[in-house]
Write a protein that binds this ligand. Structure first.
Ligand code: NAP
Length: 245
């Protein structure tokens, strides 16, 4: 019997796969049998080595999403795209620099759209379906503090997910998002270094702990499997219950 939770024979591109959530997503996809192209603005050799050591299949790709899309060299014959790469800039809204706004929107939102567009063009031309998972945030729903560009980009990711799902479902391309809660990665190092904010955050998470990157890996990989074949346009919260409070 074929296991509907497996991804054998699938080719998956994960952006920002050298560390954190992207690395965990790459590992989760490979555990389910996918060949993973681990993309980053720097080498994802550590991710590739971890996958190989566990008996999986992966390769490294340099892909800097702050560069113009005309500079990107994208792999062919992809079945899965995970738009994970993201940056955050913290400043009071009155002081937030225009360059920071542009940097954040370019990587977090514009690059996700352009990569999705390239993925869908190739899939539709080849007559095959596919899966796109965008990594959203609690700040796809909430305002946050001192991160206006990041919040705008992540609200944008939730909207983009639904817009693309509507257009591409008939072509068999399912588009979803995963909204991580507070996860222990570089992205949250500054928050975790602040004892007051850490106590406030942990006090509000029903699960009583920060999330692990692997919590996001499992949910993302699930959305790419045949078992999730009728799910599209969803934003799946993986937040230990934060948004349920
Ligand atoms: P992270 O450890 O900072 O990882 C971000 C990844 O994006 C890194 O691989 C980073 O590369 C890559 N990246 C940044 N700019 C790039 C560019 N121009 N081109 C290609 N890759 C680029 O943070 P993370 O927590 O794993 O974040 C992954 C995603 O989850 C992001 O979209 C983030 O917004 C989202 N998220 C995280 C949390 C959380 O609690 N951690 C919560 C909600 C959403 P470098 O290593 O070279 O910087």
């Amino acid at each position: 019997m074929t296991d509907p939770f497996r991804l054998d024979g699938q080719r998956a591109l994960v952006t920002g796969a050298n560390t954190g959530i992207g690395q965990a997503i790459a590992i989760s996809l490979a555990e389910r049998g996918a060949h993973v192209i681990a993309a980053g603005r720097r080498s994802s050799a550590e991710t590739v080595a971890a996958i190989a050591a566990a008996g999986g299949s992966a390769e490294d790709l340099i892909l800097d999403l702050s560069r113009p899309a005309s500079d990107w060299r994208l792999p062919e014959d992809l079945d899965i795209l995970v738009n994970n790469a993201g940056i955050i800039r913290r400043a009071d809204a009155v002081d937030h620099a225009e360059a920071d706004w542009d940097d954040v929107l370019d990587v977090n939102l514009k690059a996700a759209f352009l990569l999705s567009q390239a993925f869908a063009r190739a899939a539709i031309a080849a007559g095959r379906g596919g899966r796109i998972v965008n990594i959203a945030s609690l700040l796809s729903f909430q305002g946050g503090i001192r991160v206006p560009a990041y919040t705008a980009s992540k609200h944008g990711i939730a909207g983009l997910t639904k817009a693309l799902a509507n257009e591409w479902a008939a072509s068999g391309i399912m588009v979803n998002a995963v909204a991580p809660g507070y996860i222990e990665t570089n992205n949250t190092a500054a928050l975790r270094a602040d004892p007051k904010r850490t106590a406030e955050i942990l006090g509000r998470i029903p699960a009583g702990r920060w999330g692990a990157a692997s919590d996001i890996g499992g949910a993302t990989a699930f959305l790419c499997t045949p078992a999730a074949g009728y799910i599209t346009g969803a934003v799946l919260n993986v937040d230990g219950g934060w948004l349920a409070r």
